[in-house]
Design a protein around this ligand. Structure first.
Ligand code: 13P
Length: 250
């Protein structure tokens, strides 16, 4: 059985003082053994949020990192910096980074490899555009994204990776994929992992759904057989996040 995971992606929200306040408010409501809970926060919030959550089971994630060790890369963060600051997970290849910061599949693969080399656990994002869905090329496109992201990565390092399926048309739009639509793609993603790495790895890796997840739709989506939880944007900044984490306690 795969343990469910609910990760918040705070995106470019929350100053350090706001971040500490939010973490403090959410902490008692989301600190549970039943679900792995992760707060993926802006880089400047990592240190204070790690400090705020240190006596809890909640893990902290970064929203991005660079694929070089160190050096003249103004503005970037290295995996070593993240690890030293207390980060466990790192989001890689979010569609906003692909779209606004022109991250290519090749760059994303380099980040995956570097994160894994440092034992940071990647939350790899994939997802199709509305145009691709309407053209009927969703599954084919996602399989390509997965194959490219995991290139050169050996199976023993894949088991602890997390994949987030986030259809671009569902992000921040309130237009959530149906549980069946999400399941269909998550099942195909697990199939891709099975094709590349075999059944054992495919059964162990966690696949999340992201895109307009909220307290009202979480339990239905998370009950699908290939969906192991959610990557939550907007609702992760609100008290509602606690209801998503506790989706099975109603
Ligand atoms: P929303 O939950 O705001 O749609 O964002 C999803 C997302 O992009 C999480 O990474």
């Amino acid at each position: 059985m795969r343990k469910k995971m609910v990760a918040g992606n705070w995106k470019m929200n929350m100053t350090p003082s706001q971040a500490v306040k939010l973490a403090k408010e959410l902490k008692p409501k989301v600190d549970t053994n039943e679900v792995d809970v992760v707060f993926c926060v802006p880089a400047i919030d990592i240190v204070p949020v790690v400090n705020e959550l240190k006596d809890s089971g909640i893990k902290v994630g970064a929203e991005n990192m660079f694929y070089e060790e160190k050096g003249a890369y103004t503005g970037e963060l290295s995996p070593e910096m993240l690890i030293d600051a207390g980060v466990t997970y790192v989001i890689i290849g979010h569609s906003e980074r692909r779209q606004y910061f022109h991250e290519t599949d090749e760059v994303i693969n380099k980040k995956m490899r570097k994160a894994i080399e440092h034992k940071l656990l990647p939350i790899l994002c994939c997802g199709e555009s509305l145009e691709q869905r309407e053209k009927g090329v969703t599954i084919e496109f996602i399989k390509k994204q997965i194959a490219s992201a995991f290139k050169y990565i050996p199976p023993e390092n894949v088991i602890n990776c997390v994949i987030a399926y986030e259809p671009i048309w569902a992000i921040g739009t309130g237009r959530v994929a149906t549980a069946e639509q999400a399941q269909e793609v998550c099942e195909a993603i697990r199939g891709s992992i099975r094709d590349i790495y075999g059944a054992v790895v495919a059964e162990r890796i966690r696949i999340l759904y992201g895109g307009s997840v909220n307290a009202a739709n979480a339990s239905q989506i998370f009950s699908m057989p290939d969906i192991d939880g959610g990557l939550v944007g907007g609702a992760s900044l609100k008290p509602e996040f606690a209801d998503i984490v506790n989706y099975n306690k109603k």
